[in-house]
Design a protein around this ligand. Structure first.
Ligand code: NAX
Length: 323
């Protein structure tokens, strides 16, 4: 058996936390030979709910779990953390504008970035799930001055998986046949699910579907999928988001055998402004994330890459006092 690793989950009593913790504890994230210590952060009003979640974790008697630490203190939650999943965030309340949402979350992710800097393992891997995820990730990494920016990522694998599923359905093929698709940009309604390089069963995706369907149905459906789920379920995606977060961390630490999508700090690839957290097509090996630099993009793609880039630049401007 390996030495236990410390995994911090914030917002652990929320709906994504509830859908995620039991799967992490059973070994689905890092493997069934990897013991874990779960360090669970919540705000004080949610500590009772978190106590209930901890009781349920105990009642599973998971052999891999070597400790569970429920806390409302960031310094305890991030102490020695090898993996951090920043799920807890302030939801948009009635009358709240996007600017207010960015500001409210800015305060949370400034503090958590600093606490990760001060208390986590020097090789920590951080995933931001809480929205607005890309910009929250930017704030956290900018406040973790002693860590490397590439230790911070934001989640777009849920959008990636949604795009795979919809393309598979449209072409009548199994999801495993879809390769090389990518989601670019912000996790928001401007994200760009790109099919130019995608294949289904070895054939170019764009030869199997009508371009009009791609532009007018596929892209907006992926962009609006979260809202569609809220309309149907009465609350936002939780199990699929938890699944995506687990997949993101698994691929990052154990490696990927195909292209996926992750929000990472731009180094200027594909002419995207350096320094913003932008979703790119990536692959992972030995704990490192590499951008797929092999894509040739047409004007249709470039225009969409720029739309979502502009939105991220506006978000960055709105919180620049926190950076
Ligand atoms: P919930 O409202 O069910 O849970 C959030 C939890 O976070 C609550 O228990 C709350 O007490 C806690 N929390 C709030 N502030 C905190 C802080 N400062 N420190 C620690 N905990 C704190 O939301 P849930 O459905 O679990 O969603 C969590 C976040 O994920 C939201 O911001 C949501 O918008 C975002 N999502 C991101 C997705 C992505 O693909 N990147 C998809 C799913 C989801 O919408």
């Amino acid at each position: 058996m390996k030495e236990p690793v410390r995994i911090t989950v914030t917002g652990a009593a929320g709906q994504i936390g509830y859908a995620m913790l039991f799967r992490i504890a059973s070994g689905e994230m890092l493997g069934i030979d990897q013991p874990v210590v779960l360090q669970l952060l919540e705000i004080p009003p949610a500590m009772d709910a978190l106590r209930g979640v901890v009781m349920e974790l105990q009642d599973c008697a998971f052999p891999l779990v070597r400790g569970v630490v429920p806390t409302s203190k960031p310094e305890e939650a991030f102490e020695g953390a090898d993996f951090v999943l920043l799920v807890g965030a302030r939801p948009r309340g009635p009358g709240m504008e996007r600017k207010d949402l960015l500001e409210a979350n800015g305060a949370i992710f400034t503090g958590q970035g600093k606490a990760i800097n001060d208390y986590a393992s020097r090789s920590v891997k951080v995933l931001v799930v809480g929205n607005p995820a890309n910009t929250n990730c930017l704030i956290a990494l900018q406040n973790a001055k002693d860590l490397q920016p590439d230790q911070f990522t934001s989640m777009t694998i849920l959008d990636h998986n949604r795009a795979i599923a919809l393309l598979a359905e449209q072409t009548g093929m199994h999801v495993a046949k879809v390769r090389n698709l990518a989601v670019w940009g912000n996790h928001s309604a401007t994200m760009f699910p790109e099919l130019l390089s995608a294949t289904v069963g070895g054939k170019p995706a764009l030869e199997l579907i009508e371009f009009d369907w791609y532009r007018d149905k596929f892209i907006p459906s992926i962009q609006q999928r979260g809202a569609e789920i809220i309309r149907a379920r009465g609350s936002s995606s939780a199990a699929s988001a938890a699944n995506a977060a687990i997949e993101h961390m698994r691929l990052w630490s154990l490696g990927s055998d195909s292209v996926t999508s992750m929000g990472i700090v731009s180094r200027g690839d594909y002419d995207i402004t350096e320094g913003i957290v932008y979703s790119f097509p990536v692959s992972c090996e030995a704990g490192k994330i590499e951008i797929d630099r092999s894509r040739s993009l047409d004007d249709f793609c470039v225009e969409r890459l720029q739309v979502t880039e502009r939105e991220l630049l506006e978000e960055r401007d709105a919180i620049k006092h926190l950076l």
